[in-house]
Design a protein around this ligand. Sequence first.
Ligand SMILES: [Zn+2]
Length: 80
Amino acid sequence: MSDLPTTCARCDSTGTIRVLTTSPVPGAWTMYACSTCTYSWRSTEAAYVSDPATYPAAFKVDPAAIAEMPVVPTVPPRRA
Ligand SMILES: [Zn+2]
């Protein structure tokens, strides 16, 4: 049904989007996921959710910063 989007709206990575799942009713919607930032969205959502040009700038993610993001909650040290 829907063509695979080329660019992730949140992290602007290209070629990293895959089909996550599809609707139980065939053709109703497709859910996509970005393998770089794990952002996911449905094909039926508003343009600002899926369009890199209109995605809210405050929620954009820099792929280079992902590795430095803190893990919350912090993973405790292993028990002896
Ligand atoms: Zn992404």
